[in-house]
Design a protein around this ligand. Structure first.
Ligand code: FAQ
Length: 308
């Protein structure tokens, strides 16, 4: 027999923080939402690396604004996770010292300016495909955060694609730089959607509760279908000799993903895992005085806002 909670989920009702919910639902949301928030924060590092080296003032301003938006996304998602009874400090601690996961994609290095274009195009593009579905998920605070985030990610994707279109139409060296970035980021972008459905331990439960509305493989396929024509439009080649359009299914078929690489990266053995975590730990530790000063200021001027 269905529980009252399952009936609400099946009827498409939105669950709010003070509603009754099974402990597993709460735990799964904390796991997934906190990983997502961590990804937004760690995700600032690969692009932050290029702010001082952007090729013009316009590009610098846009990149700066984009990286700042990612910080905002992290904060919205940490705040929505806090509605489930866990504090942001605890979650940040899990990222910095507790081995919490964040997206595999941010463990690859950003070697050239073209990487800024490809990150906007592929990484924000993949995030939009994934998050447009999450914007309809059963947990209200997460779904609402996703609506705003997706709007901002659309700008990010456009700025990235415009960088790539410009480079691709530029000198032969610029075009080669764009192609090289596409070659390096394509497969890691496909891995962002998670393991194949047959090896995804969380999917069944998440789909039952309408946290996930589409599976990892369905979303990955949608991303490929959307991105192949975009690559063709800017005269770049996706690094997959097996890519071909299937007239019957109306989908682009693609080659085998290197899942060993994926599992290695999420276990902490990717090219940049150690450096990313060190950068976050250093920033957190060096920023301790700012948190302390802000807390002191608040204690003095807004004591009612301070719990302790
Ligand atoms: N990386 O059972 P499943 C962005 C883990 S935001 C690392 O399939 P699930 C914006 C998974 O956690 C990008 N770990 O898991 C931006 C699980 O481990 P656990 C982040 C991964 O939850 C742009 C295990 O593997 N977006 O890019 C990955 O059902 C530019 C088994 O996997 C989100 O987080 C991975 N790629 O599905 C920022 C969206 N895939 O916890 C800056 C929300 C899987 O059991 C610059 N999250 N794992 O130990 C989701 O949609 C889902 O959590 C999935 C994974 C689809 C990521």
């Amino acid at each position: 027999m269905l529980t009252q909670f399952e009936e609400r989920i099946n009827a498409g009702e939105v669950i709010e923080p003070k509603d009754r919910m099974p402990e597993r639902y709460r735990k799964q949301l904390i796991r997934m939402m906190s990983q997502h928030a961590h990804s937004e924060i760690v995700g600032m590092l690969p692009e932050g690396n290029w702010i001082t080296r952007a090729p013009s003032l316009r590009r610098k301003m846009t990149l700066l604004a984009k990286v700042q938006d990612e910080a905002g996304h992290g904060l919205y998602i940490y705040s929505s996770t806090e509605t489930l009874g866990v504090s942001r400090a605890e979650l940040v601690d899990q990222l910095l010292y507790g081995g919490a996961k964040y997206s595999s994609i941010f463990n690859y290095p950003t070697l050239t300016w073209a990487d800024m274009g490809v990150i906007g195009w592929f990484v924000d593009g993949a995030a939009i495909v994934n998050q447009t579905m999450l914007a309809k998920c059963s947990y209200g605070p997460y779904a609402r955060a996703m609506i705003r985030i997706c709007k901002e990610e659309n700008f990010h994707k456009k700025q990235g694609y415009e960088i790539i279109a410009t480079l691709s139409a530029g000198t032969p060296e610029q075009k080669a730089m764009a192609q090289d970035a596409v070659n390096r980021w394509w497969w890691p972008a496909l891995m962002m959607f998670g393991p194949p459905d047959t090896e995804s331990p969380n999917s069944a439960e998440l789909m039952k509760w309408k946290i996930k509305l589409k599976s990892n493989d369905e979303l990955r396929q949608r991303f490929v279908d959307l991105t192949v024509p975009q690559a063709q439009a800017v005269n770049l080649t996706l690094p997959d000799p097996d890519l071909k359009f299937n007239e019957e299914t109306q989908h682009w078929e693609f080659g085998k993903i290197n899942w060993d690489e994926f599992w290695q990266v999420i276990k902490g053995n990717g090219p940049m895992n150690a450096e990313r975590l060190k950068a976050r730990r250093d920033a957190h530790e060096k920023g301790a005085w700012v948190r302390q000063a802000a807390a002191e200021y608040a204690r003095k001027h807004n004591p009612e806002l301070i719990n302790s």
